[in-house]
Ligand binder design. Structure first.
Ligand code: SF4
Length: 425
């Protein structure tokens, strides 16, 4: 990272209005007693009752300077050696990511953890559902640690097991449960990786499957072979963008709002549906607009606009390409000529790509610095705290998925893994 400003440095030195919340510059432990996602893109979202809360971070970590925390993390890592592996999500802040053994998207990281069989502890510098997935996919004797328990995901939290079960029961009343003449069941549930273990287990138990933003189209094909329609949660945008690209008409993709009877639909709409989209979204990707793309094209003629499929449909339609974080990274890495890239995904990742590929001009479409609120909750202070705990033999903030939930969730994940990969991204 050397001379390039980290995102937090940009936040601290930016002018008023250049960030979405001035509190972003403050350390996240000031938020530990406060229920909510904290400043950043998800700050307006409603945190569910019972979401994990982080206890107070000990004073010594709150008082330590950035340099001291850095040195303590390096020393604890050295003392633990191969016993620990640190995973850093693409959206994580730079001062944490620099300590990661692997950097990637949630599924890449869960799989990366498996390549270190000697590791007793996996520290997941991401959000809660990612740590759960790592726990499901790794050995029971490997402990998965989330440095700050308040690092949830507002999108994942928009679909909970109770609301999805209620929806499922309503749909069974309407569609029945018998397969049609072709053997296709009335509905196949599909959950995005960004969901709780309980929802992955729900899909495992009900003939459904998990998808990522890289394989959503192949997963929908898999589901259409087995079902007359799909219930897709929690991200409406990934569901809509993918199904639309596959030719599903918009009028056959009603939204299911869990706070309204029949999800806010009439029976006929539901009977005609091909994909039922849950009323969920990512507040980071929802910030991107067609106006931003128009401005980027006006200011940078010839710019290549790539956005994440969690962005609204109009944004995906206006972009040159849409793809997962892995797709975006590979597209930039593959460009042989100096290129201007206007990117629609989380700002930490975009800034890091700009530093990594200085031969290109790379910028975030959103002119306001507004990182993912929950990734932001993982600060080097929490990383130092959990690492030094391990050095003392203390397991802090372990994330454990109950065996019965893990077993069914694994079924849904394995269906995805058994699928023949299609396309790139
Ligand atoms: S970027 Fe969006 S989907 Fe990803 S962790 Fe943050 S809120 Fe969740």
């Amino acid at each position: 990272m050397a001379s390039v400003a980290t995102t937090i440095e940009r936040i601290r030195t930016s002018a008023d209005g250049a960030t979405c919340a001035p509190e972003l510059a403050a350390p996240p432990w000031t938020l530990d007693p406060v229920p909510g996602y904290g400043p950043g893109a998800s700050m307006g979202d409603v945190i569910p009752v019972g979401a994990p809360r982080q206890g107070g971070l000990p004073e010594e970590y709150r008082q330590a300077s950035s340099d001291e925390l850095h040195e303590r993390i390096v020393a604890a890592r050295a003392a633990l050696g191969e016993r620990v592996v640190i995973l850093g999500h693409f959206y994580q802040r730079d001062e944490v990511v620099q300590h990661a053994d692997f950097v990637g998207d949630s599924f890449q990281l869960a799989n990366a953890a498996k390549t270190r069989p000697g590791a007793e502890a996996i520290i997941f510098c991401g959000v809660h559902f990612m740590a759960e997935t790592a726990d499901i996919l790794t050995r029971p004797d490997q402990a998965v640690i989330l440095p700050n328990l308040a690092a949830g995901c507002s999108m994942a939290d928009m679909a909970d097991i109770d609301s999805v079960t209620e929806c499922w029961e309503d749909l069974a009343d309407l569609y029945g449960t018998e397969p049609d003449a072709d053997g296709r069941v009335p509905v196949v549930p599909v959950t995005y990786m960004n969901s709780s273990a309980a929802l992955k287990a729900f899909c495992g138990e009900h003939g459904g499957i998990v998808c990522t933003s890289s394989n959503a189209e192949s997963v929908l094909e898999w589901a259409f072979e087995r079902g007359q329609r799909v219930l897709f949660f929690p991200d409406q945008h990934l569901g809509r963008n993918t199904a639309k690209a596959m030719g599903v008409p918009l009028e056959r993709m009603p939204m299911w709002n869990p706070r309204r009877p029949l999800g806010g639909n009439d029976e006929q709409t539901l009977l005609d549906a091909q994909v039922l989209l849950w009323h969920g979204f990512c507040s980071v990707h929802r910030r991107f607009t067609v106006d931003q793309i128009d401005r980027a094209r006006a200011d940078h003629p010839g710019a290549r606009v790539i956005v994440h499929p969690e962005c609204p449909m109009a944004v995906v339609d206006a972009a040159d390409e849409a793809g997962s974080t892995d797709y975006i990274r590979k597209a930039i890495a593959a460009a042989t000529e100096p290129t201007t890239f206007a990117i629609g995904t989380e700002v930490n990742m975009v800034n890091r790509l700009a530093a990594e590929f200085p031969q290109h001009t790379i910028f975030c479409l959103d002119p306001v610095i507004c990182p993912c609120s929950t990734m932001y909750r993982i600060h080097p202070g929490y990383l130092a705290w959990v690492l030094e705990g391990l050095v003392r033999g203390e397991l802090l903030n372990r994330i454990t998925v109950p065996d019965d939930v893990a077993e069914n969730a694994r079924v849904a994940l394995e269906r995805m893994l058994a699928m023949k990969p299609k396309g790139s991204s």
